[in-house]
Design a protein around this ligand. Structure first.
Ligand SMILES: [Zn+2]
Length: 343
């Protein structure tokens, strides 16, 4: 299997994030995640690890707002230039003011734009964030090109992850929506579906494709009524305009085990089959695993392999994009268990 990995991800290493209740904690989304996965893949006989091609900004700007990507590019440098006599370090940019949905005036100042383009306190922008996010998107695009060129499957070892990044905003460790960029690119080559199996609702992906009928998007995740991202990912959200009927959410209760998960997966796969997808992009978050510190599901490693097997029964060319997964000790073996189903 072709695997796309860029060491540039290491330049993105936010020192902290802010948890619910205002607790400042070390950022869960660390470079070690991708390195653990890389190590596990190197121990297999089938992973052919390649450096991604550079696709430029074109495919990224086809799904993301121009002003947002420009903000990502310049925000950290601007942040350093702001004079302040406050004693805090400027290791990462996070805003403290966020607009409610009805306030859409875009301010000129950096901190105003930060609140405008950043949705929460878990996607800090650091010196290396923009370059790492670009490299991550290039991993997804290189994988997309590989399956368009005839590979049955490919794995994009994306870091930072992408599925919480919407058209014009970063959130939840995500800056550029790698899977959405790849799915949009693939949709120009053939009918494309996107299945998000990360534990958290793929709200960014939902935002990007919500009014489109040409890309089917489905997310299976923890019910946002009790879990991040809270405001999106409910069962009654089915798309808008011409996109009505082309988005589906499967919110699941805390404690969902492999058996419960596979029931929703079966319904999701039936929708993909009926849609007649030529290509499938999978947002593969391994935080559905029972031992994940940020998750409340009880899916096992054999269960993760089984999820992969069920997906391969579709017999559709598949690009697997890495999303979340924060049990670092188990992360490599979990994603290998998933990918082995595609062998
Ligand atoms: Zn997640």
């Amino acid at each position: 299997m072709l695997v796309f990995y860029s060491a540039t991800h290491q330049q993105h290493h936010p020192p902290f994030e802010i948890f619910d209740g205002g607790e400042k904690v070390p950022n869960f989304e660390v470079p070690e995640r991708a390195e653990r996965i890389l190590t596990a893949l190197r121990q297999t006989t089938w992973a052919n690890i390649l450096v991604p091609e550079d696709f430029g900004l074109g495919p990224i700007l086809n799904v993301h707002d121009n002003g947002y990507i420009e903000f990502l590019r310049t925000a950290y440098t601007e942040w350093l230039q702001i004079e302040t006599d406050a004693p805090y370090e400027k290791s990462a940019l996070l805003p403290a003011t966020f607009p409610p949905a009805s306030w859409r005036h875009k301010p000129e100042t950096l901190l105003g734009r930060a609140g405008y383009y950043m949705s929460d306190l878990s996607a800090p922008i650091t010196a290396g964030t923009y370059l790492a996010a670009l490299a991550s998107a290039n991993c997804a695009l290189s994988g997309a090109k590989a399956i368009a060129d005839g590979e049955k499957s490919a794995f994009a070892l994306c870091r930072p992850p992408g599925h919480h990044a919407g058209k014009a905003g970063c959130a939840g460790y995500c800056y550029i929506n790698n899977a959405a960029v790849a799915a949009n690119w693939l949709s120009e080559q053939g009918k494309t579906a996107l299945l998000d199996i990360d534990y958290h609702a793929g709200n960014g992906t939902q935002d990007i494709f919500y009014e489109r009928a040409d890309v089917l998007t489905i997310s299976i995740h923890a019910d946002p009524d009790y879990e991040y991202p809270y405001f999106c990912g409910y069962a009654d959200e089915h798309g808008a305009g011409v996109g009505i009927g082309f988005h589906h959410n499967f919110p699941l209760p805390a404690g969902t085990d492999t058996t419960g998960y596979l029931k929703s997966l079966s319904s999701a796969l039936q929708l993909i089959k009926s849609f007649g997808a030529k290509y499938l992009v999978i947002s593969a978050g391994m935080d559905l695993f029972g031992g994940d510190p940020l998750g409340k599901f009880k899916v096992t490693k054999p269960g993760i392999h089984q999820i992969g097997l069920e997906i391969t029964n579709l017999n559709v060319s598949s690009l697997i994009c890495m999303e979340g997964g924060y049990n670092n000790a188990a992360l490599g073996e979990n994603i290998v268990a998933f990918l082995e189903a595609f062998q």
